[in-house]
Every structure is written in structure tokens, then in C-alpha cells.
Design a protein around this ligand. Sequence first.
Ligand code: NAD
Ligand code: UDP
Length: 324
Amino acid sequence: MTSEIARKRVLVAGGAGFVGSHLVDALIALGATPVILDNFHTGDAAFLSHLDQPEIIEHDITRPLPASIGPVDLVYNLACPAAPKHYQADPLRTWRTSVYGTDNLAEFARVHGARMVQASTSEVYGDPLVSPQSESYTGNVSMHGIRACYDEGKRAAETLLMDMIRSYDMDIRIARIFNTYGPRMALNDGRVVPNFVRQALEGKPLTVYGHGQQTRCFCYVADTVDGLLRLGANDGLQGLVVNIGSDVEQTVYSLAEAVAALVGVPLQTQDCDMPQDDPQVRRPDLSRARDRLGWSPSTPLDSGLQQVIRYFQDDHRVKRALSV
Ligand code: NAD
Ligand code: UDP
């Protein structure tokens, strides 16, 4: 199914980021030509350094896209900081990236008659009052809270894209991505997987926020990328909004146990305050992903975590930053 994407010219906004750079690798493997657009705010040129003559455009999507990019068949919008530490550091920039940036990319897609895939997020469900969350759930977002720049920015972007579909009959699809992890996550981005892996490798206590009873489902990046490819490649999906993530729910405390066991250290934890507005539960209903994309994740948590541990142990830049 994803072979439909071969020979297509595909703009990947945010292609120097964690998920975006894996998507670029997968597109190349399928025979597509990615055009990477990024302002390197949270991305890293090193994630693209193995590519043979990549087309990279340094550009901030809050400004209209340069016409010099030329026509493309498909636009992926992954350009937005995703880690709470990053998106809360400059909330206005996050908001503008999400809303103005999505507008600029959609306009570019419209001009070129291109299909578009938007990376939305499980954060549109906020701190959900129902679980699992299906795509029809409208969510419980604290619109004035410290996460709102991201949550409401992504919600506004979804609204904008639905209006682009209604106004111009554009072929736009929306992936609501749930917690994704894997190699190339930044060691210091503050998210729970890199924090715990780093702390375990350093022999330090794992910083558990609250009592660690809040839940998440962790999806390995290769699975998330496969879902994004199917969403971009397949015909007949105009206007589809679909959850992409793992539905294996676990507490943050149980993640700490798993990481310590895999690194081979006794579990020591440090109790920390629960961040403001931290969702207490999160789990996708994947019925639609299965029905419409024929997709569900397949990587068990232990094997995915082993990949991250190996990456943190092997990458020389990461090794330099680790105090071991
Ligand atoms: P990331 O921060 O690693 O990647 C984002 C990329 O976008 C970076 O390369 C960054 O430099 C670039 N970028 C940011 N602002 C930009 C701007 N104004 N103009 C151009 N480029 C810009 O994040 P990620 O984890 O790879 O997430 C990618 C996308 O997936 C994001 O849209 C995010 O909201 C979404 N998402 C990710 C997760 C996850 O668990 N990783 C979960 C839900 C949604
Ligand atoms: N968390 C934690 N310790 C950490 C980092 C995060 O207990 O060192 C918790 C955080 O409070 C949240 C969950 O882990 O409940 C996932 O956090 P992350 O920042 O990875 O992603 P989120 O789902 O909040 O966007």
C-alpha cells in the first residue's frame, strides 16, 4: 500500500526532527524524493547527515513558503516542537508555528494541488474524561493552561484544515499521534523515555512525577512512521482524522520499572511534583486506524526501549553528554 508513494516528491516540514527524520528515511526507502523543510529549532542536521545529497530548505513555516521549492505531490506537516519542555519554553512561538505554520503549508499544498498529512496529537483530547479516546471525542483541554499553546494550537490547526477541505476540496488527512519514542529523541528534551533511560544509564534515581500512576501508551517510532506513510499513500482518505499510537496502556511507574530492568540497575525513584495540567490517562481507540489504514503498531515496548538504550549507549554525542 505504501508503495503508492514511490517516485513522489514529498515535502516534509519538520524533517530534521525526531519523527520527521525517520519519516524521511522511510520515504527514501520507498523510492520517494523528500524535500526537507526545517528551521532547526528542535531538529538536528546530524539526523540527515547520512543521506546522499538531501534537498534541505532552512525555513520557518510561520512565514509563507518560498515559491522556489516548486511543485510537490504530498506535504507532511511535522514542524512543531513536541516535548512539553520545548513547546512551553516559547508558547507564542509554538502557537504561531501550529496555526500560522499550518496555514502556510496548507496554502502551499493548495497552490500545488498536493495532498497533505498533518501531524496532530493526542493532546487535542487534553486530560480526557473518557478512555480509550476515539476520534469522535471532543476532549477536555484547559484552554488557558501552560499546555494550551500546543493543545489548542493543534486543535485550531485541525479546524483550519477542515475548513480548507470544505472551501477548496483539498485532500487533507490528520494523524493524532500519541506518545512516540525511539532513537534520535533528544537526551535532554525532558520527555519521560529519554529522562528515564538517561537516569538509569547514569545510575541516578528516576524522576517520577506525581506518584507515577498517570498512564500513557508508548509507540515505537517505526510504527508511527508506518502509520503516517499509509495515511499519505492511500487513496480515498480525504478528511480522515485518525489516532496513531500504541494502545498498550501503562503507568509511568511501570515504565520506570521496565527501563531499570532493561538497563540492569535496581529501580530507584525520586518523587517529583506533578506538572500542571498533566493528563492523568491517555489511550487511543485504534479501531479506525485498523479499519481505514489496516494499521496497528507491532513493536513490543521492551524491544523498542532496547533500541533507545542502545542508541544512547552508542551515539558518541550522547555518550559525551552522559556522565558515565
Ligand atoms: P521534534 O521537535 O523532534 O521535531 C519538530 C521539527 O520541526 C524539528 O526539526 C524543528 O526544528 C521543526 N520546527 C519547529 N518549529 C518550526 C518552524 N516554525 N518552522 C520550521 N520547522 C520547525 O518533534 P517530534 O517529536 O519529531 O514531533 C513531530 C511532529 O509530530 C510534531 O508536529 C508533533 O506535534 C507531532 N507529535 C509528536 C509526538 C511524539 O510523541 N513525538 C506526539 C504527538 C504529536
Ligand atoms: N514524566 C515523569 N518523569 C519525567 C518526565 C515525565 O514522570 O522525568 C511523566 C509526565 O508527568 C507525564 C508522562 O511522564 O505524565 C509523559 O510525559 P512526557 O513529557 O514524555 O509526554 P506527555 O505525554 O506529557 O506529552
